[in-house]
Design a protein around this ligand. Structure first.
Ligand SMILES: Cc1ncc(C[n+]2csc(CCOP(=O)(O)OP(=O)(O)O)c2C)c(N)n1
Ligand code: SF4
Length: 303
C-alpha cells in the first residue's frame, strides 16, 4: 500500500486482528471522563493506532477538558501525525466551516476525528445538530404539554463532508464497539495523506442516560439497527464495511426500538414516535441513492 500514498508522513499498516494490536498505551489512567465513556475509548484507540509520533489537539468539550490536564514534553524534529479531534458541537455545528476549509487544502496532512456523543456534553448535555430526533436533552426536555421538543433529524455529517469535498481522499465512519476496525480506519486516514475525516459514534452514559455497562452494546445496536452506517469513502469510492456491509447485502436490520428503549433520553417515546424513527431509518436504507451515505434520489420520469 505504501506506493500509492505519496503524501503521507508515515505508513501505518493495518492491524491484522486483535492479537496483532500494539501493546503500548498513550492514553493513560488519570483522565476524568465518566465511567463507561466511549469517547474516552475512542481517544485511547485513536492514539494507540497513530503511535508515538503523533500530536493531538482538540476543540473544547469533554475530551479536551478531561484529557489534557498534563501536557509536557518535547518531540524530535521529524514527520509526525497531526490529529485534531472535536465533539459534535465543536465539529458538526460550530466548527463545520473550519473543517470544510481544512478538507479543501490538499497540502495539509492531518486527520480530523469527530467524536459524536450526540450533545454538547461537557456543558451539561445541550442539543446539537447531531442529537437524534426526539431525544431528551437539557435544551429539549419532554413535557406534558409538548412531548417532543426536538423534532429535527440528525445531520448527515460524514456524508455531507465526503460529498462536498471531492479532493479529500478519505472520509470514514467508525464505532469503537468494533475496535480493530476503528483503529485500522485511523491508520488508513493517517497513511493516505492530505486532510482526512473520521466520524465516530460514541455512546455517552451521562447524556444518553443508561447504565455504563451498556456502552459497548449500544454501539453495536446503533450499527445493527442501521441508525449509524459504517462506511469509508476512499478516492471517491464508497465501501460499506462490517455489519453495515451485511445489511447492504441483505441481512435484516434490528428494529430501532431495541436501541432507543435502552436509553433514558427516549423514555418518553410513544409507539407513534418509535414508528416515525423507524420510518426515517427505513427511508435511509430503501430510498437513498447510496444507503446511509447520500440521500439524494434521481427523479423518476412518469410517462
Ligand atoms: C466558542 C465557544 N463557545 C462555547 C464554549 C463553551 N463550551 C465549552 S465545552 C462546550 C461543549 C462542546 O460540545 P461538543 O463539541 O459536542 O463536545 P462534548 O462536550 O460533547 O465532548 C461548550 C459549548 C466555548 N468553550 N467556546
Ligand atoms: S458526559 Fe458523556 S462524553 Fe462526556 S465524559 Fe461523560 S460519558 Fe464521556
Amino acid at each position: 500500500m505504501a506506493e500509492t500514498f505519496a503524501n503521507a508522513t508515515q505508513i501505518l499498516e493495518p492491524f491484522k486482528g486483535v492479537k496483532k494490536v500494539t501493546i503500548e498505551e498513550y492514553f493513560t489512567s488519570g483522565h476524568r471522563t465518566c465511567q463507561g465513556c466511549e469517547s474516552a475509548l475512542v481517544m485511547k484507540l485513536m492514539v494507540k493506532a497513530a503511535g508515538p509520533r503523533t500530536i493531538v489537539l482538540g476543540s473544547t468539550g469533554c475530551m479536551y477538558v478531561a484529557n489534557t490536564t498534563m501536557t509536557k514534553g518535547k518531540m524530535k524534529a521529524e514527520p509526525i501525525n497531526v490529529i485534531a479531534f472535536c465533539g459534535d458541537g465543536g465539529g458538526a455545528d460550530m466548527g463545520l466551516g473550519a473543517i470544510s476549509a481544512t478538507l479543501t487544502h490538499k497540502e495539509y496532512n492531518s486527520l480530523i476525528l469527530l467524536y459524536d456523543n450526540e450533545s454538547y456534553a461537557n456543558t451539561d448535555i445541550q442539543l446539537s445538530g447531531s442529537t437524534p430526533y426526539g431525544a431528551n436533552t437539557t435544551f429539549s426536555p419532554p413535557g406534558s404539554v409538548k412531548r417532543l421538543i426536538h423534532t429535527r433529524w440528525k445531520k448527515n455529517t460524514a456524508g455531507m463532508l465526503a460529498a462536498g469535498h471531492t479532493e479529500c481522499r478519505y472520509v470514514a465512519t467508525v464505532c469503537a464497539s468494533y475496535a480493530v476496525e476503528m483503529m485500522n480506519k485511523v491508520r488508513k486516514a493517517l497513511s493516505i495523506g492530505g486532510p482526512t475525516f473520521i466520524h465516530s459514534l460514541d455512546p455517552c452514559p451521562k447524556g444518553w442516560d443508561y447504565d455504563p455497562m451498556l456502552s459497548h452494546e449500544l454501539g453495536e445496536l446503533a450499527i445493527e439497527t442501521g441508525i449509524f452506517p459504517l462506511y469509508e469513502v476512499e478516492d471517491g469510492i464508497v465501501r460499506h464495511y462490517g455489519k453495515t456491509k451485511a445489511i447492504v447485502e441483505g441481512r435484516a436490520r434490528k428494529p430501532v426500538r431495541e436501541y432507543l428503549l435502552k436509553q433514558g433520553r427516549f423514555a418518553h417515546f410513544t409507539e407513534e414516535d418509535l414508528g416515525y424513527f423507524q420510518k426515517k431509518v427505513d427511508e435511509m436504507w430503501e430510498k437513498w441513492e447510496i444507503p446511509g451515505v447520500i440521500p439524494f434520489r434521481r427523479e423518476v420520469s412518469v410517462k
